[in-house]
Design a protein around this ligand. Sequence first.
Ligand code: GLU
Length: 295
Amino acid sequence: MINTAYRGRFAPSPTGLLHAGSLTTAVGSYLEARSRGGEWWVRMEDLDPPREVPGAADAILHTLEAFGFQWDGEIVYQSRRHALYRAALQQLIENGRAYPCACTRKEIAAAAARGVDGPVYPGTCRRGLPAGREGRAWRLRVEDRELLLQDRLQGEYRQNLAHDTGDVVLLRADGFWAYQLAVVVDDAEQGMTDIVRGADLLVSTPRQLWVQQCLGLPKPGYCHLPVMVNADGEKLSKQTLAPAIGEADIDSQLRLALIRLGHRPPADCHGRDELWQWALAHWSLSRVSSGPVTV
Ligand code: GLU
């Protein structure tokens, strides 16, 4: 039975191939959606061409298919949705929330305190561009108050954006849309009710809640799955040279992903489809660790 009250998604960026961390996130978000009779969509977050790896988008989809993921609807590509982001920025400009910013990275780094995710924007262009300077990026004004997230796995998480990040970039100085804007616009436009993703994105969520509020969009539920770390405690990523998931030995890779999410299939459960069946029947978020899992 399809539960239209639940719609989730997996939103990979084609900046590399899937690795054990992103595969595990995909498995968790899929099982959470399907075990609740919900929909599960795939959205390709291809908004950062300089960081993209040619062929990665297709390779990711191919790997998901080989692992037996079945998604609803058409794959959504952010690179085809510029008009939506443009309209959202326009709305934020019209309601006085967004302003142009002339600062370079270097200027910000020199003037800023360290925040939760890089420098805290010091507000240089908040009250207008300095004389003789041109806007390079667009930013969203934040307020000096606490935003509270109630995460289904991580519990309460709080930030005060004025102290933790400063005004949020919406359109980057290099002309590309910022993740924080696009993800909010897309999740709302696609009717996502539940965001299940890696805990590395917890730090971004208060900014997304704020973008939602300023655009008058509904707030989905959030659940941040544990990050996968290597023996040195570093998050698996392209930067830490996490090996790509191949399409050989799918059964053991799927089994490992389930184990990392606290679900150990019985030894006599064999084959991709049997593993999925077992996982769907046994999935419970209460077995998933909130803290990092060493791979
Ligand atoms: N595209 C983001 C990533 O690959 C995930 C975005 C999200 O799930 O909100 O890290």
